[in-house]
Design a binder for this molecule. Structure first.
Ligand code: ADP
Length: 595
């Protein structure tokens, strides 16, 4: 057992415990250096006492004074040296704890399911990753230092004072309980107000982030003033919360100083009289005042440490809530590896409702009683009015969400019984809203995989009908996109996202409205390529443009989460339902556009 093995006091403290254990040697050495500084500081008043007594008794000479001066200089040098060591060791460790915790937090948040992000704002996650982790660092670093000083320096200073005069010490310590009770009262208040500051900070960050994300809409609708007002409002709330906090912090510190000054007044009056009476020497009197000066910091540290540790604990508890959140979509312990995939997809009475309401209840079902079988290598087209559940259906296959009822099978296996990474590796998915990272076009297509060579990237770009556009750019595939690079149109982004999916030679291809933002001609080239995959890949295409689905082996119309018609293009045209009506309308529109 290492010396710091006992169980952590708070359940959430187990989060930082491994970091403490890992760096136990640094912490112990740091504490040792800190204690050495404390002890060395305590010697200075002793030297002052000798010098003053020597001077008042006229028993000292210049040579001795030089010795005292040299001793104090040596102590000062040692104090500086050991102070440097403890700062490096203890504050360095707290920085490492901060780093480790932040990395773990990010890694953990990444494992959480899409449903978590549906109801968690980026602002609050940022607040946790910055403010909370900083508070934990403060508690682990300065908190430890303050705790050590409050105990070691505080006790030792009092011991030296008692050595000089127990009676005087007793009087001087009278204001101390006031400091302790005052500290407890104020630290509780500070903690509550600090939480309020945190809440306001998260709100402000989220509002600003959202206003910038939606800056185009704000400009287009000339909402700049309203946006500025909303930010101002949130900013005002944040400042007000901070000022409330500052008011208690501001009252707390002067109170500490006032109380220690009261002790000084007691020493001057009582200690002065004891010196006149000869009970203590003038050197003791001066040393006593010096010890009192040394005691100020440990007393304040006592107040500070409760505050630091309280804040750190509150932050740790908040972060622990995130760590306690388990991903909803996980691999079951008995989950199977998926070695080779044929690509048959079967839905058996699938129902789905989004969760995420505050009370944990689910919202109305989005998909109901959905059953179909898509043999391997076939293409399924899905149409339906907006909100009918088409995108949801695709995301269920990739287990972005899990079905609420029923079962989805791939090659006869329930997808919940397949290891999640294996399942996702079998699927190439192009979501409706393509997302590009702020890096080069090449890296966006390869997702940073350096093993993919240029010929493959070029082929994928050609298949997604985006090659000519990229080749015309000055830096070609190395052109940066996003804030630091060029601005791409919605259709260009869509095709880069499509190239990314086509590059991944995966047995299942899920396309969510892949040609919604490209012209008819380009759309046809893309669909021709997708058609050429027939037999080799199982494809599901959601599209509002029905010509994209015309050649699918089977087409569904979804409405309110149910399949209301199903068949080939010809069958659906003859049925004369939603599909036939929409197709006819799009044909007329196409003819009109052509004229
Ligand atoms: P479609 O793709 O057919 O337009 P969706 O599958 O996107 O339809 O949406 C179906 C329904 O589910 C809609 O009513 C939509 O409001 C709801 N919905 C979609 N995504 C979410 C989500 N993340 N959380 C809650 N409800 C959602």
């Amino acid at each position: 057992m290492t010396p710091i093995e006992p169980m952590p006091a708070s359940p959430s403290a187990r989060l930082i415990w491994p970091f403490f254990r890992e760096r136990a040697a640094f912490i112990l050495l740091g504490l040792l250096a800190l204690m050495i500084v404390d002890v060395l500081q305590l010697f200075i008043p002793r030297i002052i006492k000798r010098a003053v007594d020597g001077l008042t008794g006229a028993t000292t000479n210049a040579h001795q004074l030089l010795q005292y001066a040299l001793a104090i200089t040596l102590l000062a040098i040692l104090i500086a040296l050991f102070r440097y060591f403890w700062r490096r060791l203890l504050l360095g460790t707290s920085r490492r704890i901060e780093e480790g915790l932040r990395n773990r937090l990010f890694a953990h948040i990444q494992t959480l399911s899409a449903a978590y992000f549906d109801h968690t704002t980026v602002g609050s996650l940022m607040a946790h990753a910055t403010n909370d982790i900083k508070q934990i660092r403060m508690a682990c670093g300065m908190g430890l230092v303050a705790l050590n000083d409050a105990l070691v320096l505080g006790t030792a200073a009092v011991a030296f004072m008692v050595y000089i005069s127990p009676r005087l010490t007793a009087f001087v310590l009278i204001p101390m309980p006031l400091i302790v009770f005052g500290t407890r009262f104020f630290s509780r208040k500070m903690h509550r107000r600090y939480q309020n500051v945190q809440r306001n900070f998260a709100e402000l960050t989220e509002i600003v982030r959202e206003r910038f994300a939606g800056i185009r809409i704000i400009k287009a609708y000339t909402q700049e003033q309203a946006a500025a007002q909303q930010v101002e409002q949130a900013s005002k709330g944040y400042v007000a919360a901070n000022l409330k906090l500052v008011r208690v912090v501001g009252a707390f510190l002067p109170m500490m100083v006032l109380l220690t000054n009261m002790s000084l007044a007691i020493v001057l009056f009582l200690g002065g009289r004891m010196t006149i009476a000869g009970t203590i020497t003038p050197g003791d009197f001066v040393a006593f005042i010096a010890y009192l000066g040394l005691l100020t910091w440990p007393m304040m540290a006592m107040g500070w440490v409760t505050n630091l540790i309280q804040r750190g604990r509150a932050s740790l508890d908040r972060i622990d809530v995130i760590f306690q959140t388990r991903p909803q979509v996980t691999s079951r312990p008995d989950a199977r590896c998926l070695e080779s995939v044929e690509g048959e997809i079967r839905f058996e009475q699938v129902a789905f409702a989004y969760g995420g309401r505050e009370d944990g209840a689910r919202t109305a079902p989005v998909l109901r009683d959905l059953s179909f079988d898509l043999p391997a290598g076939r293409t399924l087209g899905i149409v339906g009015p907006p909100g009918s559940g088409k995108s949801t259906l695709l995301s269920l296959i990739a287990r972005i969400y899990d079905v609420t009822d029923g079962c989805i099978r791939i090659d006869g296996l329930d997808i919940r019984g397949i290891r999640v990474p294996d399942l996702r590796r079998a699927i190439a998915f192009v979501p409706q809203e393509p997302f590009l990272f702020a890096t080069s076009i090449r890296e966006n297509i390869t997702l940073g995989n350096p093993r993919i060579d240029t010929t493959q990237v070029v082929a994928a770009a050609r298949q997604a009908a985006i090659y000519d556009t990229i080749a015309a750019l000055p830096a070609g595939f190395d052109t940066l996109v996003g804030e630091k690079g060029i601005v791409l149109s919605g259709g260009q982004k869509q095709r880069i996202a499509l190239a990314r999916a086509l590059l991944q030679d995966r047995p299942l291809l899920l396309l969510d409205d892949p040609i919604s933002q490209v012209d008819v001609h380009t759309g046809r080239r893309i669909i021709d390529h997708v058609r050429s995959l027939a037999g080799r890949r199982t494809v599901i295409i959601v599209s509002h443009r029905l010509t994209a689905l015309q050649h699918a082996d089977r087409i569904f119309t979804l409405d309110h989460g149910r399949i209301i018609e199903s068949g080939t293009h010809h069958e659906l045209m003859q049925a004369g339902g939603y599909y036939a009506g929409t197709f006819a309308l799009q044909q007329i529109e196409g003819t009109l556009d052509a004229h």
